[in-house]
Write a protein that binds this ligand. Sequence first.
Ligand SMILES: Nc1ncnc2c1ncn2[C@@H]1O[C@H](COP(=O)(O)OP(=O)(O)O[C@H]2O[C@H](CO)[C@@H](O)[C@H](O)[C@H]2O)[C@@H](O)[C@H]1O
Length: 403
Amino acid sequence: MPLTAERAKPAVPFGGIYRLIDFALSNIVNSGYLRVVVLTQYKSHSLDRHISKTWDMSRMLGNYVAQVPAQQRMGKNWYLGSADAIYQSLNLIYDERPDIVVVVGADNIYRMDFSQMVQAHIESGARATVAGIRQPLSLADQFGVIEADPADPRRIAAFREKPSDAVGLADSPDEVLVSMGNYVFDADALVEAVRRDAEDDSSRHDMGGDIVPGFVARGEAALYDFIENDVPGSSDRDRDYWRDVGNIDAYYEANRDLIHVVPVFNLYNDEWPLYTGYTGLPPAKFVHSSADRIGLAVDSIISPGVVVSGSEVHGSIVSPGGRLNSWSRVTDSVLLDDVHVQRRAQVNRAILDKNVVVEEGASVGLNRELDLARGFTVTPSGITVVPKGMRVGVDTVTPDPRW
Ligand SMILES: Nc1ncnc2c1ncn2[C@@H]1O[C@H](COP(=O)(O)OP(=O)(O)O[C@H]2O[C@H](CO)[C@@H](O)[C@H](O)[C@H]2O)[C@@H](O)[C@H]1O
């Protein structure tokens, strides 16, 4: 919050021109899997619009990315959880009759070749395979924590969803092995598991909380270590990069991982392209170069349709349609679509959601107490978030009546 107040998390803009879901979908299609369904529910309008505008693959060969909202086919419920979303959509599996189903979350930033994971799944003989990555022990309560079988590290001996008492790994006590929320299933085993789960009133109907632990208990679950995944064109720095952007600080840091000279996550790998919607906007433009009034951007991403007019931008991500006026300054910030920073305004360590206007002479992110008093979210690490469509004046904050 507040970035997900009016949109599903996978529809949150990221890295200037992308939405979070573009990373999962790009990985899937680059892996060669071209029959994809996206199960949507919560405030999914902007997600649906993005998928239908962007992910329109040729149907001639039977390929598709189709969004499937909760349809109440099985009863009066919306999706009760991620496992119930699959249960309610089983007709798609019956129609397509695949041998294997790849299930992935839609809100992480990474590159991954799922075909390598599917190959490992087939070779292991397991019925379910879970992708795992090492993360700090301090984050264990945000993830599914995996214990590999000491006798056979490719088998999962135990799996606990978001435990508060996880123990570090023997060879690295400050780390745990966690689930990336990406799974490969034998299709018949997945169908059976979600059907059984639907009849269990004590279940939360969650993939990580219920389905995966069931496979583990039956001795049918394998581990796929993400470190084995070899994505074409990866740099030494961004190999094995994976970020869960489940809170504002993580989202902010992941955006900033894009802008270093040698980026922590490299958008410019054309061997594993990241696809997104074509905006049809004109190129970014930079104007003014007199002594006190210069239009420039460094260590930054500037998207199409942006005009940097006598404004200085440092360490920031500016999304399509931004307008940055003279003598303004934007530092270490993430500006979503169509933000307007007017003359002499200042923005520092802030996330400005779509259509925010920072009026002439106003500032955001320079004074924590002022930002809190104005009702903005300020994260533990001091990032100020201004919600969609707000007009921030020197002394006032008002919702823009146009939005
Ligand atoms: N009702 C519903 N209908 C449709 N889609 C839904 C849904 N509920 C959730 N989703 C989607 O399912 C994916 C997983 O999200 P969840 O909120 O279920 O789990 P979380 O991300 O906390 O943990 C999961 O992902 C982390 C890694 O990020 C793992 O460690 C952990 O084990 C795993 O449960 C997301 O893409 C989400 O949008």
